[in-house]
Design a protein around this ligand. Structure first.
Ligand code: KIV
Ligand code: ZN
Length: 517
């Protein structure tokens, strides 16, 4: 008999992006969506179309690119949001609108200032309007975890009647215990049986997001909303990889149930998200943390050498870690071996130009770095595949930072085939570098966030710098990444990357307005 499928609704690109410091640019979101599709998630929540023109643009592009997964946009229960969501997903093969309104007394009274009757009316209108764009409409009772069960039944009846096909019951503030969530889901799935799919969306404020999701599955939820690496608002969302691997590993508990996820894509997806957001999962994070399969104690090592199952309940290869092959290519490796490696790492849609450019960078790196690891290759190819047009390009940089002296930087930048050099002092070296870039380009950036992570191991590890910069306080901040053995060079590249992102976004918006005019 076939197993019943629990739909995996990935919201890394929407709720995950609400993690402080996790913003992504459009090219990165498209790359992530492609990887989520390889992972075989059922639904990709690509963003919140009405939030900004940038979000709208990213969702539209993802909708055009993705072919198997359903592409979804979030929308508040207001017409302008629903229209933006519907327009953004127009070209998706499978499309969904996810609309929501709060249903707990505290939210209705203090945030919405609406009566329960008004909330129901708004919810019904929104679902009805959303149905004009797609048949697949999800309705979320925001803060369901703290809502009255009688009211949940009432609003659910009304929105199902209006055409909602999935009812999502989020524990928005991560307040509930597994037994409480389980009871709510049991009641609601029995109540709606055969009329709609019951979904859950659990936040992790008490560290219970995954436990609550698993308990929900056992009580009838057939869709789970989650994010890669557990990214998300505040303490994050339930982690996709933990939910999926629990269902797979504990077959006797989740009897007759399964997901469509290709678990071998879990680790590559986790690395992609960490490289792009600059947010590393904590080392001891279940499934994808750096130490998740490391056995430190002698007794454990001895056991694992004798029989892996003594201390391993999941095989690293099941989530796509090829432990036999971590130390990879060297400077004598050829292009064919490099291409083969990329394929093994899941990058089989690399264009010739991307391959050539990454191979060049790999050769330069191999000249300077003793050991090159899979994670280095992943970082190189990700930065190549998500790069935007290099309107400005760093040519050279020189720093003066004698101890006790004034930090200063000289930077040469190429723009439209012309090179320009300038120098500036700053409060610190990075400040000097960024100020000089501002002087050369004529754009004034305000740094909002700066992160550096080391890509693999060793003193000669690659530095992956992520910056968040605004070039106009009335417009969204832009993200830039820089990859280099030298942290200062990586920082300069990241800052210039953010500027290029800004210019590319301006260009796209100009084109879409011209087309629409
Ligand atoms: O946490 C939440 O309630 C949400 C909804 C918009 C689904 O993210
Ligand atoms: Zn949420």
């Amino acid at each position: 008999m076939n197993n019943e499928i629990i739909k995996i609704f990935d919201t890394t690109l929407r709720d995950g992006e609400q993690s402080p410091g996790a913003s992504m640019n459009t090219e990165e979101k498209i790359r992530i969506a492609s990887q989520l599709e390889r992972l075989r998630v059922d639904i990709i929540e690509a963003g919140f179309a009405a939030a900004s023109p940038g979000d709208f643009d990213a969702i539209s592009q993802i909708a055009q690119k993705v072919t198997h997964s359903t592409v979804c946009s979030l929308a508040r229960a207001i017409d302008k949001d629903i229209k933006a969501a519907g327009d953004a997903i127009t070209n998706a093969k499978f499309k969904r609108i996810h609309t929501f309104i709060a249903t707990s007394s505290i939210h209705m009274e203090h945030k919405l200032k609406m009566t329960p009757e008004e909330v129901i009316k708004r919810a019904v209108n929104s679902v009805t309007y959303a149905k004009e764009f797609t048949n697949d409409v999800e309705f979320s009772c925001e803060d369901a975890g703290r809502s009255d069960i009688g009211f949940l039944k009432e609003i659910t009846d009304a929105v199902i009647e209006a055409g909602a096909t999935t009812i999502n019951l989020p524990d928005t503030v991560g307040f509930r215990m597994p037994s409480e969530i389980g009871a709510m889901i049991k009641t609601m799935s029995e109540y709606t049986k055969g009329r709609a799919i019951i979904s859950v969306h659990n936040h992790n404020d008490l560290g219970l997001g995954v436990a609550n999701s698993l308990e929900s599955i056992l009580n009838g939820a057939r869709q789970v909303e989650c994010t890669i690496n557990g990214l998300g608002e505040r303490a994050g969302n339930a982690a996709l990889e933990e939910i999926v691997m629990a269902v797979k590993t504990r077959r006797n508990i989740f009897e007759g149930l399964d997901t469509n996820i290709d678990t071998k894509e879990i680790y590559p997806t986790s690395r992609l998200i960490a490289n792009i957001t600059g947010i590393e999962p904590q080392p001891n994070k279940a499934i994808v943390g750096k130490n998740a399969f490391a056995h430190e104690s002698g007794i454990h090592q001895d056991g694992v050498l004798k029989n892996k199952e003594t201390y391993e309940i999941i095989r690293p290869e099941d989530i796509g870690i090829d432990s036999s092959d971590t130390l990879v290519l060297g400077k004598h490796s050829g292009r064919a071996a490099f291409k083969d490696k990329l394929k093994k790492l899941g990058f089989d849609d690399v264009s010739d130009d991307e391959l050539n450019a990454t191979f060049e960078r790999f050769k330069e790196l191999a000249d300077k770095k003793k050991s090159i690891y899979d994670d280095d290759i992943r970082a190189l190819i990700t930065s190549e595949m998500t790069h935007i047009e290099k309107v400005y390009e760093l040519v050279a940089m020189q720093l003066m930072d004698s101890t006790g002296g004034v930090p200063s930087a000289a930077v040469t930048i190429r723009h439209k085939d012309k090179e320009e050099t300038d120098a500036s002092i700053g409060g610190g070296t990075i400040d000097a570098v960024f100020k000089t870039i501002d002087r050369v380009t004529g754009f004034r950036g305000r740094l909002i966030d700066y992160k550096v992570i080391s890509v693999s191991q060793g003193k000669d590890a690659l530095a992956n710098v992520t910056v968040k910069v605004t070039f106009n306080d009335n417009e969204p901040a832009m993200i830039g990444h820089g990859l280099s053995l030298d942290t200062m060079l990586a920082s300069a590249k990241a800052y210039i990357g953010a500027l290029n992102s800004y210019l590319s976004m301006q260009e796209r918006l100009k084109n879409s307005t011209t087309k629409g005019a």
